[in-house]
Design a protein around this ligand. Sequence first.
Ligand code: F6R
Length: 617
Amino acid sequence: MCGIVAYVGNREAYPILMKGLHRLEYRGYDSAGVCVYNNDGLHLYKTLGKVADLERFVEGKDMSGHIGIAHTRWATHGLPNEINAHPHYSQYADIALIHNGIIENYATLKEELQKHGRSFTSETDTEVLVQLIDFIRMDNGISLEEAVHQALSQVVGAYAIAIMSKDDPYTVIGARKGSPLVIGVGDGEFILASDATPLVEYTKKVIYLDEEEIAVMTVRPDAEPTLRVTNLKNVRKTPLVQTLETNLEVLEKGGYPHFMLKEIYEQPKVIRDSFRGRINVERNTVALSGIIDHQKEFLSARRIIITACGTSWHAGLVGKYLIEELARIPVEVEYASEYRYRHPIINKDDVVIAISQSGETADTLAAVNLARDQGAFVYGICNVVGASIPRATHSGTYIHAGPEIGVASTKAFTAQVCVLTLVALSLAKAKGTVSESRFRAIINELYTLPDKIEKTLLLNDRIADFAKIFTYSRNFLYLGRGYNYPLALEGALKLKEISYIHAEGYPAAEMKHGPIALVDNEMPIVVIATNQGNYEKIVSNIQEVKARKGRIISIVTEGDTTVKALSDFYIEIPPTEAMLVPILACVPLQLLAYHIAVQRGCNVDQPRNLAKSVTVE
Ligand code: F6R
């Protein structure tokens, strides 16, 4: 979603702002804008389209200066157009502001401001905020910082903002509530951004702003840079400077045509990283500190509730199967957006597991806060270190997948499932619901997965070849049973989000209760038919499809003959435990979606209408 970059320091601001916006492009956006200050005042430009369009628009203009703010907007209030794009000026163009999030009471605030003679050019809630700050400042004759404090105390909703003013061209003010902001502390400079990606090449020293904190960053020519952090109640805070682990390499495509493909290929390493230091093969143990330190809460839990959105929800569904099979604890899986509003029953002996790659998904964060407020123990499984969800949970585990730039989640899914497998194993061990030999067999098999994924990746060309045949298909059905059912959902989601082909995932046996009506000789049906558990049953489901002339694309275990004979196309993956198939079989599903989307000429890394980090509900 929207991206924020702001700079104040001893270097030229504009190139840093633009590079920062490019780094944030992965989040998804529809328009972009920038404002810098130089000798003759604030200079603000915005445009519909991409950051490159903004650069072209600004070409030839004087963009010199040591302070500026820049933004990519993902429309919420008002159409995506140049007028609604950020930054927004206050009435007399004294202040410029950029904003992520939603000001829920903007209509009331706007009405009040209009009564005081303020007029508005855009349809946005953001313009209301900048006008409010300016109005308070002028009406009371107070500083911009004080006005920001007072204005934000009147605001209901979520925000991350960056503000600059022509009266003090050495200061950027940032503030957050419900939407992340991180400050990079450089040598004589500060860079403020909505995530750490724009900071990586300038500094390793970062400060994650906390909820309701306001940061005032000042770099004057002949003085030491200063950073003042207060909260909304005006209490001074001591910011914690942390070291950024990410390096530049992981933010580049590294020779791949798309980030998505790069991230698919990173999965063997990601899986190794996700269990590095957590499995002890000799001692036959799994150690996740987030669980060890809170074993009491997990072992006395009457049930576990997993909450998440999208792909993370699919990982959660695999997690339910894993935890119920291995640790014998009942698990419910909830869409965070439903859970937070449907007055759920939350008991003090419930454990809630929130899964989120970005750690910023607004609905998942709200579900976490709800569960906490009602006394449940909340555990997070996240990727982005220091994000809002890991900070709001009681404990948790990072998946260590590294930055995921492609909007479609790939490596985060496999790493989430890997961590959920470790969670299930460590609970099973502690509860004594799994034998030593079974435990050993599973962890030994886990260790083989990176190599098996490498082998599966060798099928890329073959998958790219037959993807061509399905470029113009209008609908797809994905079927699976048991552990492969969540995978069918995930395969369908991957295809629809990046290729815009309609696709549905179904439990294979449910097909006869409706979706079978869709099957004809044009309908491709992807069946995950690895040879465990319900193999005969899925063979029958395939027969049912064949009888209606559907075109079968199957994912089978090496050596399979039955399903292969029934398939129009097949992909063979190495044998593994049924519970680990989702980690392995998602790879060809990702590649299939990827190649179909590329064939169709879609923007694979930034699909239309989608955002990487969904910070609004
Ligand atoms: C799909 C996808 C989304 C996310 C969902 C949750 O490829 O990326 O469905 O999984 O928006 O995001 P996180 O995991 O960041 O909470």
